[in-house]
Design a protein around this ligand. Structure first.
Ligand code: SAM
Length: 326
């Protein structure tokens, strides 16, 4: 039996002593076997939490993916191994807090800045970028309605960042806010907003530009929604640092929670991470589960290069200052 096979066997049977001996002897814990699984994945799938801990401590990557795009955390979760799952979840959160190896990469494979210079195309059910990746899709309408309901729940002055197909803005208009400010950075999206009458709406103010560049034009708001495209997780984090100067006391903040929307476990890691980071800034985050399976048939993705959402439940974030939510 080769070294990797021995480690795989020990991981599968949860033999902590054997795993330690093999690690001390220098066996590489990051290897994949010929089925495309790491020893950590085997330990997770069989629910041996101690083995999972030892392998993680020895440097096994928590976010390695199997040929079916499943991580050790997905395997523990799908097999119902709560303890192993929690060890992996905490390891993922800790690693992302420090290193950010999953979602801080360029979103959609574009470099920051590229997207805003490229052409976009509109159709009835989607807005696409120049690389056939969806910027926004009509299936999200019920989600946008729920976001609008949340951020408009205090009435008053509302800010939306990222117009896209205008779905959230149409829903916000239903609540007749005192003012409705929309920031949009893409020239063609902005042009379309103007052509479709958004400039003429009495309570609407459109600010053209990247949110990063127009902050000084902004006021304070009772409700804020954030949903941009072609940005990094870092940009969302940066925006969160501006919340104290943008959100009025008692105000509600929400954002499109598409973080790692193509992997259930990574998504959970990022839901926890973003909640922790917001808490650090003084905001509570409630994640409201909304089933999305019904509105997401395979046909929805026809002609779209990347399925940016593959999960059955959407967790809608509702954030409020910790002082207000006490
Ligand atoms: C996913 S769409 C928004 C969809 C919108 N929530 C809706 O209901 O249709 C993202 C939008 O953000 C815009 N955007 C991207 N980066 C931006 C930035 N830095 N500042 C402002 N808008 C940005 C894009 O041009 C695009 O129109």
């Amino acid at each position: 039996m080769g070294e990797l096979e021995e480690l795989t066997e020990a991981a599968r049977s949860g033999d902590a002593g054997k795993i330690r001996t093999l690690i001390d002897a220098g066996v590489d814990v990051t290897q994949f076997d010929d089925q495309g699984f790491t020893p950590l994945m085997h330990a997770a799938k069989t629910g041996h939490a101690d083995a999972v801990k030892i392998l993680l401590e020895a440097g096994a990557p928590w976010n390695a993916l199997s040929p079916h795009n499943l991580s050790a955390g997905d395997l523990a979760m799908d097999s119902g191994h709560q303890e192993a799952f929690e060890v992996l979840l905490n390891a993922g959160i800790k690693a992302e807090l420090i290193l950010g190896t999953v979602a801080r990469k360029a979103v959609n494979g574009n470099l920051v800045g590229d997207y805003l210079e490229d052409r976009v195309s509109f159709s009835e059910d989607k807005l696409m970028d120049a690389h056939s990746k969806a910027i926004m899709m009509a299936w999200e309408k019920p989600l946008m309605e729920a976001h609008a309901k949340a951020v408009c729940s205090q009435g008053g002055h509302i800010l939306n960042i990222g117009f896209g197909m205008g779905l959230v803005d149409e829903a916000i208009q239903q609540y007749a806010p005192l003012s409705h400010t929309i920031i949009e950075a893409h020239p063609e999206v902005y042009d379309r907003m103007c052509r479709t009458g958004w400039k003429e709406k009495k309570n609407v103010e459109i600010v053209f530009g990247r949110w990063q560049d127009v902050l000084s034009h902004l006021d304070t708001y009772d409700g804020i929604f954030f949903d941009t495209y072609g940005e990094y997780y870092e940009d969302l984090r940066e925006f969160h640092h501006h919340l104290p100067s943008l959100l009025k006391p008692g105000g509600i903040y929400s954002f499109f929670n598409g973080l790692c929307g193509d992997n259930a476990f990574f998504h959970l890691v990022y839901c926890n991470l973003v909640s922790l980071e917001l808490e650090h800034l003084g905001y509570s985050t409630q994640l409201i589960p909304l089933p999305v399976k019904e509105c997401l048939g395979e046909e929805v993705w026809e002609g779209v290069k990347h399925k940016y959402w593959q999960l059955d439940t959407y967790y809608l974030p509702v954030c409020q200052s910790l002082i207000d939510s006490e």
